[in-house]
Design a protein. Structure first.
Length: 577
């Protein structure tokens, strides 16, 4: 997270990577980077007001600088009513001690997509009012009834909300077996044991409750504390026992680590990183090594982050891990990992070399330089111009509200960034008309999620701000590129087939993607997969590996382009007698 302003050896160690990162940034543009498209070609429009998204996050602070104030908050896209249009959930903070509105309850908000470009606030009576100081959320059908449920990571006890239909949710935290009183930052769903039920991973951050508040910074100017000041809190893995009941299995599954002080997680993503058909877990930790838990397929995970090259940057140093984007950015069929960080570190791209082995590809990718003076939080991979490559968006905003007083060269509010992929995993930053800022005025951005609100294939961006307004950025970039959208539906209640992997062949080139429920930073994106096709007019082959491991192949599928298609998982085949 933020640098500690002390004179100890730790400070000198943390500043060294900052200088190294600066040099990396200067060198990152070497080697003939791809030329950016014309600036006038890029246009994202803030449609929050006209769409009816009226939401301002309140961190509940009073100047005492409780650490939780600066970290949230999240939300994301979900089809809460099952009508085929992406709805939006936005999470709210609560007044903290000393706040002018102390004791008042602030509610998170659910906005229903009406299908005409407008959203309706349907929060009243939805059951979202009393979920505490919310941080992040993930969405998945926990009981296979076909309705999307919500887990909320909270500063305090988490909340599990079961979708009752009709726009109403019921708090089933206690009866479900979910018991996480710690400060949770994010969560993700996946079927870790391939039994047809979605399991849950919750990322916990610090042991830094209100009663353990510490004042940090020089006497004349307090600041939010560095995470080193507080102990870490181990994450929790919950196995779904069926019908919405969960069992905490972290220890026996191998999720616990030897030194709990290293567990200071902010972001998490499920993905099959070694290609064996089982969902692995990657955790971004704040100023400690990142965790890579490989799923061994027998109910156990093995932490291999250091051995597999995904725990540290290329200099062997820890970084302030916040958000994660997992995607195949270089087109080789393996899922790569992009992690956002503090200023003077650079964001880091871990390129998957195959079998879940990684290398720090930040310099070669061109992503180092543009992130040196930014603090990245939410990040998503999506095909912004539908040319068949995974581009990257980063939501930026400093963690210190008084950073300008401490370092005049930095600012609290910062511009968000879009990085365009040339298809090989090399990126260049996109700008608006005449080289201007693409996403409007600088803000203190936190969560980011990608979702197609109008079902036209051009994916929009939802960005939250700390103690500020949420923004819905509609993708207005003109393009004649073709696309196809796939909505994979599990045979288990017809829910989203979380963990399914798709390979699509068009024009002799393979594209790959995975259905995911939770990643970025405190947010979840649209579960549908959108494949950009450029000028191509035909799909030659689709290969699907369903979450339970079965393969399905569609040769010359004849699916119409520029549309979404629901593909349902075939029924299970009974074994031969």
């Amino acid at each position: 997270m933020q640098p500690r302003l002390g004179s100890d050896r730790r400070r000198r160690q943390r500043r060294a990577p900052g200088l190294a990162a600066l040099l990396i940034g200067l060198l990152a543009g070497c080697g003939d980077p791809p030329a950016p498209p014309a600036a006038t070609d890029w246009r994202f429009e803030d449609v929050s007001a006209q769409a009816g998204i009226a939401f301002t996050h309140v961190h509940g602070g009073s100047g005492r600088r409780y650490l939780v104030e600066t970290m949230g908050s999240g939300g994301g896209f979900l089809d809460a009513d099952g009508d085929g249009w992406m709805d939006i959930l936005l999470l709210q903070g609560q007044p903290l001690p000393g706040h002018a509105r102390e004791g008042e309850s602030l509610g998170s908000r659910l906005f229903r997509n009406r299908g005409d470009g407008r959203f309706e606030d349907v929060s009243a009576g939805a059951g979202l009012d009393d979920i505490g100081y919310a941080q992040g959320a993930c969405f998945g059908d926990i009981d296979n009834d076909g309705r999307i449920d919500i887990h909320v990571a909270v500063f305090g006890p988490d909340r599990l909300l079961r979708n009752l239909g009709g726009g109403r949710f019921e708090d089933v935290t206690t009866t479900s077996g979910i018991d996480n009183p710690a400060w949770a930052s994010a969560c993700a769903f996946a079927d870790i044991d391939r039994d047809g039920w979605l399991d849950l991973y919750v990322v916990n951050y610090l042991d830094a409750g209100i009663e353990r508040h510490v004042r940090c910074g020089p006497a004349q100017e307090s600041q939010y504390c560095h995470p080193d000041v507080h102990a870490g809190v181990p994450d929790r893995l919950y196995r779904n026992l069926g019908n919405g009941r969960f069992e905490e299995i972290s220890a026996r599954a191998g999720i616990r680590i030897e030194d709990p002080a290293e567990a200071k997680g902010l972001g998490v993503a499920f993905a099959d990183l070694d290609g064996d058909g089982w969902q692995d877990i990657y955790v971004a930790n704040d100023s400690t090594r990142n965790f890579l838990f490989m799923n061994r397929g027998d109910g156990r995970f093995e932490e291999v982050g250091v051995l597999h090259g995904a725990a540290y940057n290329e200099h062997g140093r820890t970084e302030a891990g916040m958000g994660i984007a997992a995607a195949d950015v270089d087109g080789d069929g393996a899922t790569d990992l992009f992690v956002t960080h503090l200023d003077f570190e650079t964001n880091t791209l871990y390129r998957n070399l195959g079998n879940g082995m990684f290398e720090d590809y930040t310099v070669a990718s061109g992503l180092g330089g543009p992130s040196v003076t930014r603090v990245g939080f939410g990040t998503v991979a999506f095909d912004a111009e539908l040319d068949g490559d995974s581009d990257l968006f980063v939501a930026n905003g400093h963690v210190l509200d008084n950073i300008a007083a401490l370092n005049p060269s930095l600012s609290h509010a910062q511009p968000d960034q879009l990085f365009l992929n040339d298809g090989s995993g090399r990126f260049v930053e996109a700008f608006g008309g005449a080289g201007g800022v693409l996403f409007g005025a600088a803000e203190v951005s936190r969560a980011a999620a990608a979702g197609d609100i109008d079902n036209d294939g051009r994916v929009e961006l939802l960005v939250t701000a700390n103690n500020g307004p949420a923004r819905l950025w509609r993708n207005r970039t003109p393009t004649a590129n073709r696309w196809i959208g796939l909505h994979l539906r599990s045979r288990h209640g017809g829910r989203d087939a979380i963990g399914a992997r798709v390979r699509l062949l068009a024009g002799g080139r393979w594209r790959s993607a995975e259905v995911r429920a939770g990643s970025s930073y405190q947010a979840q994106e649209d579960p549908r997969l959108v494949f950009g096709l450029g000028a191509l007019e035909r799909i030659e082959r689709i290969e699907i590996r369903w979450p339970e491991g079965e393969a399905q192949v569609l040769v010359d599928p004849g699916l119409a382009l520029d549309a979404y298609h629901a593909i349902r998982q075939p029924p299970a085949v009974d074994p031969a007698p």
